[in-house]
Design a protein around this ligand. Structure first.
Ligand code: URA
Length: 279
């Protein structure tokens, strides 16, 4: 299939990555204005019609404009922080997300952080979370809800005189496409939001679920963190911003390894006992 397009250097590079050759009808040298585009498919066919048109359209989509995070996140109030996250364009994940996923939890006064004893920190939104703009939905969310239920907590229950109150947030507020692992630069861009959430929520206990959550929270306080097998990080109480942190398995992992449920329960019991002992 051929088409005449006006392509800049970046668009040409992207097309080349996709196996799309761009050449001038009058010379062999690529030109910067009108050009003929030929698409090579993996099996040697030349793409035509809608498929090719879509491939070109995808390739020449403008790159996201990356806008720096605003300064002063560490001074923001809850609603400003929420609004800032909703409009964040500090990394390329903003171009593929449907929704940002700020978090969910106990009811709160207008614009205020909810009052909670517990903060659950997961890793990144998945496909469903991205669609709904809420953390931990679907089967994984159901398992998390069951864990909270066993602790006599719930994701939206208010803190009472006996304590309780939960907030659930992730390290990344946007879904990495295809549920790939987050990149270090994405974590670096997003982490100040979680830091501020912790500062405003002032939880009494953080439960870190999954390696990326643990790395984000404990990388400054636990030596050799990256080289330590995940299971060996369990069973101790760490600190993040002066808040105790307990490490447990991510519910998605538990769904694939049901025999690990008992270990998660042991971790949650450790967290509950620590919280009770510190009151
Ligand atoms: N896994 C997470 O870590 N967070 C979610 O919100 C969903 C799945």
């Amino acid at each position: 299939m051929t088409d005449t397009l006006h392509l800049d250097q970046r668009q040409r590079a992207m097309l080349a990555e996709m196996g799309v050759r761009v050449w001038s009808p009058l010379s062999e040298t690529p030109v910067m204005d009108a050009a003929v585009v030929e698409i090579e498919q993996p099996h040697g066919f030349v793409a035509a019609g809608e498929l090719a048109t879509q491939a070109i359209a995808d390739a020449i989509k403008p790159a996201p404009i990356l806008i720096q995070r605003p300064d002063g996140i560490d001074q923001m109030d809850w609603s400003t922080l929420h609004t800032t996250v909703s409009g964040c364009q500090a990394c390329s994940l903003c171009s593929s997300r449907q929704h940002t996923v700020f978090g969910v939890g106990a009811p709160a006064a207008d614009g205020q952080a909810p009052q909670v004893d517990w903060l659950i920190v997961g890793e990144t939104p998945g496909e469903e979370e991205d669609l709904q703009g809420k953390p931990f939905v679907g089967q994984v969310g159901q398992l998390l809800d069951n864990m909270l239920g066993a602790m006599k907590l719930s994701r939206t229950g208010a803190r009472t005189a006996e304590g309780g109150g939960v907030y659930i947030a992730n390290v990344l507020k946007c879904r990495p496409p295809g549920n790939r692992n987050p990149k270090p630069e994405e974590v670096a861009q997003c982490l100040p939001y979680l830091e501020r959430q912790v500062a405003l929520l002032k939880p009494k206990m953080i439960v870190a679920m999954g390696r990326f959550a643990v790395q984000a929270l404990l990388r400054d306080s636990v030596p050799e963190l990256e080289g330590t097998p995940y299971g060996k990080l369990r069973g101790r109480v760490y600190q993040y911003q002066n808040v105790p942190v307990v490490v447990t398995y991510h519910p998605a992992y538990v769904l694939r390894n049901l025999s690990e449920k008992a270990k998660v329960w042991a971790d949650l019991c450790l967290a509950m006992a620590h919280l009770k002992g510190s009151e």
